[in-house]
Design a protein around this ligand. Structure first.
Ligand code: ATP
Ligand code: MG
Length: 158
């Protein structure tokens, strides 16, 4: 389905904002232009839900979560950052494997199956997109994903 991505992600972030732990802040950095993408909206909702849920789950008291979207050539890049404990450099690829959890102590407490990011990667690859992570231990994590931008149609549409 053809979707305007900023409108789409705003609606998802709005829904999280309604139920947010009150000491957390959700900040948006969005471009002031239309970015059309061709996506399965249910599947992309599942991807973004998982990334934001992780960011919330691993956020410290009073942390800020930032959702940023930018256009890079013919791609739409989304970055979702938190100020949590971070992920060691050696594990940045493994978190996209099925059932992988960074450490058992933290995850026993926080729950989850370790499938969210593996599924997110599959769903994004099916959209010709990519997903990757960057992190500074003790400072926070950013999950980045890309989607192809739809070419603008020329002329008027009916
Ligand atoms: P599920 O999503 O299936 O409920 P999960 O959240 O543990 O379980 P993933 O979303 O796949 O699984 O994440 C895999 C692991 O990556 C997590 O268990 C956690 O160790 C680490 N991780 C993911 N996101 C973050 C984050 N924002 N900060 C710190 N660690 C993270
Ligand atoms: Mg998860």
């Amino acid at each position: 389905k053809r979707v305007e991505f900023i409108e789409f992600i705003n609606a998802i972030v709005d829904r999280f904002e309604l139920n947010l732990r009150e000491e957390l802040e959700l900040k948006r950095v969005l471009p002031n232009k239309r970015l059309e993408v061709w996506i399965d909206t249910d599947k992309l909702t599942q991807v973004i839900d998982n990334i934001i849920s992780n960011a919330i789950k691993y956020s410290p008291e009073g942390g800020t979560i930032k959702v940023e979207v930018l256009q890079e050539k013919n791609q739409v890049i989304t970055k979702i950052s938190d100020q949590g404990m971070g992920i060691p450099q050696d594990n940045l690829e493994q978190i996209f494997e099925r059932f992988y959890r960074v450490d058992k102590a933290r995850t026993r407490k926080l729950g989850g199956t370790g499938l969210g990011l593996a599924i997110s990667r599959e769903l994004l690859e099916a959209h010709d997109g990519q997903i990757w992570a960057s992190s500074v231990e003790g400072k926070g994590t950013t999950i980045h994903f890309s989607l192809p931008l739809m070419r603008k149609k020329r002329g008027r549409q009916s």
